[in-house]
Design a protein around this ligand. Structure first.
Ligand code: GLY
Length: 370
């Protein structure tokens, strides 16, 4: 695509593009943490780096900090308790005050080392601290690699809602070291794979077939670098065209409308994000069959691949359809609001629809119980 991301074919895979006015480089491969220091001159002219990391990935953060110290960039480390509650004002205050106390300046940079929570939180620190400093993402989960570290969405939560306070702030550099996936629990790997399946459906029959044929995770390292790179390239192609989600970017929410409803109805503990998206994808495909004529074979095959990677394909007891609808804003009180859904005619043929008939949405959720 003219003007789209430039994607290398060798490992490590390197993708370069510009989102808005921000140049973004993504490096994907095994043993590539050194790229953070090697590419630092393109990130920041400053003398310090604020390394914000999940307390569960202390070793990776230590390696990144040591590499930066070694090149003469002072690394200031701040750890964050694992889990969604860390996306809060208290952590935002703690981290920004630690940065100020350590003398981190406008010309310096924030390095986020962790999964989606740290990426969102540290990304928002970068967007807000001294009105914005450069950001580097070092995602340590498959979910963060293929999705949340790319595209510049940063946020913290309010009691009133997830991601209610945030900013779009593009990372200058994203370094994905696939070695870190070796210690990721199986459930976390599967969670990220739900987003990979999403990209297969969004991109093309070819990518879907590769995803459908994927062996046990993580799989061959070169093939995995290629797969992650193809997901990232898809997302960057979309985000470069619609950074602020005024249209096309919403397609990345395939499976997320019902998925978010299920995640919230399960009080964010019954299903993790990827598991809820697994169910949300199947509901979106069912609605696609009825509204867009999608061949039902795609839903059968999608369920097969999700199940093969340990993801749920049927909704468990104790999650009431009305709770899912309420969380989606589709209870009776909310009926006046549009429901945006991403649907498919076929893999790679995406359509955004508002307000699918209420009974069709209810039926798609109910059929998840079969
Ligand atoms: N996760 C969807 C997006 O970044 O737009």
């Amino acid at each position: 695509m003219v003007g789209g991301p430039r994607v290398s074919v060798a490992t490590p895979r390197v993708i370069e593009t510009t989102v808005g006015t921000s140049p973004v480089t993504v490096v994907i491969g095994r043993g590539v943490l050194g790229e953070v220091a090697a590419r630092w001159d393109a990130v920041s002219p400053g003398t310090s780096a604020l390394v914000v990391h999940d307390a569960n990935v202390t070793r990776v953060a230590g390696d990144v900090a040591a590499l930066l110290d070694h090149r003469g960039t002072r690394a200031v480390r701040v750890d964050v308790p694992p889990g969604e509650p860390s996306k809060c004002f208290a952590q935002l205050e703690r981290i920004t005050r630690a940065a100020a106390e350590a003398g981190v300046r406008r010309s310096d940079a924030v390095v986020a080392v962790g999964g989606g929570v740290v990426g969102d939180l540290a990304g928002f620190v970068a967007a807000a601290y001294q009105r914005g400093v450069a950001l580097v993402q070092v995602p340590t989960s498959l979910l963060a690699m293929v999705d949340s570290s790319i595209g510049g969405k940063t946020a913290i939560d309010l009691p009133e809602g997830k991601n209610y306070v945030g900013a779009i702030w593009q990372p200058r550099l994203v370094v994905m070291d696939l070695d870190v996936l070796d210690t990721l629990p199986d459930r976390e790997l599967s969670c990220g794979f739900a987003e990979v399946v999403k990209y297969g459906l969004l991109e093309s029959t070819d990518l879907f077939e590769r995803v459908a044929a994927w062996p046990a995770l993580p799989g061959d390292p070169v093939a995995l670098a290629d797969l992650v790179a193809d997901c990232v390239a898809h997302k960057l192609r979309v985000v470069t065209q619609d950074e602020r989600e005024s249209g096309l970017r919403a397609s990345l929410n395939l499976g997320h409308t019902v998925g978010h409803g299920i995640e919230a109805a399960g009080e964010y503990s019954r299903y993790n994000h990827g598991e809820a998206i697994s169910l949300g994808l199947l509901a979106a495909l069912r609605i696609s069959e009825r509204m867009c004529g999608l061949d039902p074979a795609w839903r059968t095959r999608t369920a097969d691949v999700l199940r093969a990677h340990g993801l749920p394909t049927s909704l468990g007891d104790g999650i009431a359809t009305e709770d899912v609808l309420r969380a989606m804003g589709r209870d009776k009180k909310a009926d006046a609001h549009a429901l945006n859904m991403v649907l498919l005619h076929a893999p790679g043929k995406v359509v955004l629809r508002q307000d699918p008939p209420h009974d069709m949405v209810v039926a798609a959720i109910e059929e998840l119980r079969a």
